[in-house]
Each structure stands twice: as C-alpha cells, then as structure tokens.
Ligand binder design. Sequence first.
Ligand SMILES: Cc1cc2nc3c(=O)[nH]c(=O)nc-3n(C[C@H](O)[C@H](O)[C@H](O)COP(=O)(O)OP(=O)(O)OC[C@H]3O[C@@H](n4cnc5c(N)ncnc54)[C@H](O)[C@@H]3O)c2cc1C
Length: 477
Amino acid sequence: MKRAVVIGSGPNGLAAAITLARAGLEVEVHEAEEQLGGGLRSAELTLPGFVHDVCSSVHPLGLASPLFRTLELDVDWIQPDAPAAHPLDDGTAVLLEHSLVATAAGLGHDERAYRRLVGPLVDSWHAVERVLLGPHPVSPKALLRLGDRLGARGLVEAFRAALAPARTLAESRFGDERTRAWFAGHAAHSMLPLERRPSAGFGLALAVLGHVVGWPFPRGGSQALADALATKLREHGGEIRTSSPVDSLPRADVVLADVVPRELLRLGGGRLPERYARGLRSYRHGPGAFKVDWALDGPIPWRAEDCRRAGTVHLGGSLEEISASEWGAWRGRLAGRPFVLLAQTSLFDPTRAPAGGHTAWAYCHVPNGSAEDMTERIEAQVERFAPGFRDLVLARHAMGPAELEARNRNLVGGDLNAGAMDLGQLLFRPVRRLVPYRTPLEGVYICSAATPPGGGVHGMCGYSAARVALKDLERRA
Ligand SMILES: Cc1cc2nc3c(=O)[nH]c(=O)nc-3n(C[C@H](O)[C@H](O)[C@H](O)COP(=O)(O)OP(=O)(O)OC[C@H]3O[C@@H](n4cnc5c(N)ncnc54)[C@H](O)[C@@H]3O)c2cc1C
C-alpha cells in the first residue's frame, strides 16, 4: 500500500486526505494545532456556552463544493431566511434573497439590469461551477460546455463582467446608488480595492451562489464541517495527528502540503530548486483581517427590520465608503469607517448560545500585519446601523493579524485568502505553472488555498491536488 502524508488539516488538507484515502492510500494527516480544521474551527471564545467560529463562518462555497457534495457529509446546513443584507443610513436595507426574482424586485430601477447580468449565470450554474471551482486545471471540455450554455456572446460578456473591477461593473450596469453599494459589499469579500480586477467576479459569484445554494452555515458551528470531514477520512482508514507540527518534508510516496508558499519554503529547507523557490518568495499576500466575536444579551437591534432575516450583514454604507475602506487596507492605511462583514448565526441556530443569548462574528480588512486595535471602529459601524447594540454586549473577543497568524500559520499577516486574489495570482497560484499543485520535488504537492481555485471553504484545492498526485503515482508505477 502506498503511503501519503498530508501536512495541515484545513478543509483543503482534509479534502486531499479523503481523496487519497478513497483511492486506497494509507493516509496520515499532521496538524500543528491542538484542534483540527484550520479555518473551520469553533470555540467558546467569550463565555461558556457561546460558540464562536474562530475563522470561517458562512459557507456558500462549502455547500456548492463538487467534492463535499459527493461525500454526503453528516452536516446539518442551516439556511437563514435571506443570505445577506446591506443596511443604509436611511434605515432601510437592500437584500440578497434566495430568489433571484425577489432580489431583483428589491433593486428598483436596476431590476432588469440585475436579472440580465445574473440570470444566465444562475441558469447555467453547473457549467459555471466547473470553471469556477474545478477540479482544476479546468479542462477545455468544461469551457466548451459553458460556451454551449451561455452562447459565444454570453460567454464573452460573462468573462468581461467577472474580470472587471467592481466599481466599473456597478457603475456601468446599475443606475441606483443603493444597488451600487449593495454590489460593492459583495465584491469587497475579494479583499481587493473595488477599482481592481477581478473584484466584480467575487461580487457576481457570491450573488449567484446566494440564488443557487444560499449562504448557509453548519448547525453547531464551522467545526461541525471539519469534524464531518475528519469522520469521513477515518471511515476510509485515514489518521489525523493534532499538535503535530511538521518542520521538514516527510518521507512518503506522496506528500501534500496544506500550507502557504512561505511555509513550503521552510519545509523544503533548501531542497527546492532556486527558480521555483524564487517564484514562491515573490508570492504576494493581501490585506489582513481584524476580527471581533461577541456574546450578546439579545439579537442585534437593526434599524432596518429586514436585516434580522439575513445570516450575513454588510456594514459599509455607500460604494464610495466601501471603496475607501478597501483601498486603505490595500495601501497600508486604516479606515476610519471600515467595511465590516458580520454574521449572526445564532438567530437561526439556537445551539450557538444559551437561551436568550446570541453570538455575532465580524471582521474588517486592515493592512497586512497591522497591529492596530479596530474593535472600537467595528463596534461603531454596528452601532451606526443598530443603535443600542453596545448595551447588549456581555463579552467580546478580538483578534488582529498577529493573533490570527498565531492560531494558524497560513494566515500570513492576517491574510485570510492565503495570498492576494488579484488577477495575476488568481490565474497563477502560487507560481506560474501549468499544473500549479506539483512542486519540482517528485511526490511533493501544495494543496492549500494558495492554489486554484483559491480562498474559501470548498476543499477543491485539496481535491484537485490529490487528483494530480494520484495520476502521477499511477504514471510512476
Ligand atoms: C477571519 C476569517 C474569516 C473567514 N471567513 C470565511 C467564510 O465565512 N467563508 C469561507 O468560505 N471562508 C472564510 N475564510 C477563509 C477560509 O477559512 C480559508 O480560505 C480556508 O480555511 C482555507 O483552507 P486551507 O485548507 O487552504 O487552509 P487552512 O484552513 O488555513 O488550514 C491550514 C492548516 O494547516 C496547518 N499547518 C500549516 N502549516 C503546518 C505545518 N508545518 N505542520 C502542521 N500543520 C500545519 C494549520 O495549522 C492549519 O490548520 C475565513 C478566514 C478567516 C481567517
């Protein structure tokens, strides 16, 4: 039996491990931290009985993942009434609803423009999914299938829209400031300035995902998804060792590393050829995150009633304000009014807090490695749209880039995407290679979110890397 070692138990490490174990390999996962799951861990960060997601919380990509779908994981996905809400200063909110028609209806004059932009992508989701999520490298067949579905003109239009800067797309397609602000909130998940490509693609993908799978979360917290993946791996004979940091590349038939380029360089310890090592050294990280979790004495008192229906709330007001916040984080400046992404999972999942209590999870983007405490500014943004919020805070827990990185060495400077997702690094992650998972060392692969399709909980980096590794093993045999 061939032996495989996987370094790291994030969603990509576990996805790779399961893929190898299902193919009959003897698999061992080594996780540096005490708790498995990487970005999928949950913990009582504030008070006993209040369960917080340490990193990732909302999982449209998890439910859309072609791999997770086939695994039939034991996860109870909770769908909030609406995926996301964007409150405005006039006390109203713009919503991403599950229904495309209902969402469009809420966009006033932009109703038709939204349907025209997003409708074809929703209708062709299965073909879009293959190109967006993989498995990678994307086959010409997958592209042809997408072309068949959208038509040649539709395909060109879809790529042009997805690869555009969010501001360009919002201003060219939508006439209403409310719609532009709402779209900017979705696009800002990219951690890119809204004036950079392909920030529009992130906004579009998240809107489409809202319609095809929703923005759900696992009952009990993100850890439930990590635990379900771990259970699946063990069912196939795989083993996981926690508190087991790896300091050099182990000996095995196959090694898959769920690590960022900086860590791969360290593990390689001079064994990596200089040209490849240089490529890894020039890999760029994006802004960091500053995160706050709260234990609350009640639900957040949103001025816009509709916000209570949403699992995720985007706090940033107008497109101009969100743009200033994201440029700041990108250019090394702190925003006075940061764009805040907030999740209120306990509204829909009572297991997250004791009776009557609630949790909330929020973060904003900051310059990579920033040491500034953003708690006050994040709370001011919540208070702006939900007066009285601060009175409900029973306890809070804050983590800046340094604390995030201390819990997971993949979060370099707090960068939660394992590397900037700008156009260059979206197409070529982590280096310019046709098959980016392979390293020049035989049998050694990189499988983290620093490879295609990139950040987010979907396991498709791990799955794609493991497929390449299995093909190579077969060839070598
Ligand atoms: C604050 C925050 C919020 C986020 N929110 C969302 C969200 O809502 N939705 C979403 O889809 N995504 C979200 N993400 C992103 C998501 O968590 C990541 O994209 C995803 O976890 C990447 O998976 P991965 O397996 O590549 O790496 P990770 O999940 O980072 O896992 C890597 C693992 O490898 C281990 N490791 C690294 N080096 C070694 C070594 N040498 N030896 C042993 N172990 C090692 C680490 O300890 C870690 O456990 C968020 C991330 C953060 C930080």
